[in-house]
Ligand binder design. Sequence first.
Ligand code: URA
Length: 249
Amino acid sequence: IFVKAEGRDMVNAKAPEHSLGPDYRPEKPMATVSTKVPHDNVHILPQTPQLIALLTMIRDRNTARADFIFYSNRIIRLLVEEGLNHLPVVEQTITTPVGRSYAGVKFQGKICGVSIMRAGEAMEQGLRDCCRSVKIGKILIQRNDDTCKPKLFYDKLPEDIAERWVLLLDPMFATGGSATMAVDVLKSRGVPEDRILFLNLIASPEGASNFAQRFPKLRVVTAFVDQGLDEKNYIVPGLGDFGDRFYTL
Ligand code: URA
């Protein structure tokens, strides 16, 4: 749904569903909203003005590569932080420098990242920025041009991956073909489905729904669910080819 909002019409707009911004801001700009998906295991980041502004930058065809990288990295950071919220924590009480105790928590369990090459590799730094010296595996899956089916070409995964929580990284969740194959690989190496978190920037509703039903225990964390796919399976409105815009354009 796109709600056109211009000039003064944006102020105190009457459609709160489409308006952005915390209550303490009087102005309420309107923006395209994320599509709802009826699956508890698909988590969409809070649709804050910051996030929508970042998404607007990277979706814009006129955004130069350096800016695309910079703003994508900010969204990736939000996704990683939200992904980490799904990991278990245990209680931990500490003493502060002023001698008071504080009842807090600490992370429990080991994690690793697995990027789906090539675009998923763009998300590795964001994970490293949050989790120092995190192990990162890689999976290369490409679509066969004749059959249109994904084919596994290469994987290199941490040996102890079955004991870890896995953050699977791929920025664009279109049909879900590669992600499905990647999850099958992870499960074949002993990773339980409920210890996999799939982080992506933009999902298609059909990809997210099919995937959520096929892997009901796995969690998807996405910044936005778009309107759909075009005839070439690009996400629309989308942002074009993420790998090209991040690495080569
Ligand atoms: N991969 C991309 O980079 N973009 C899309 O829209 C779909 C898949």
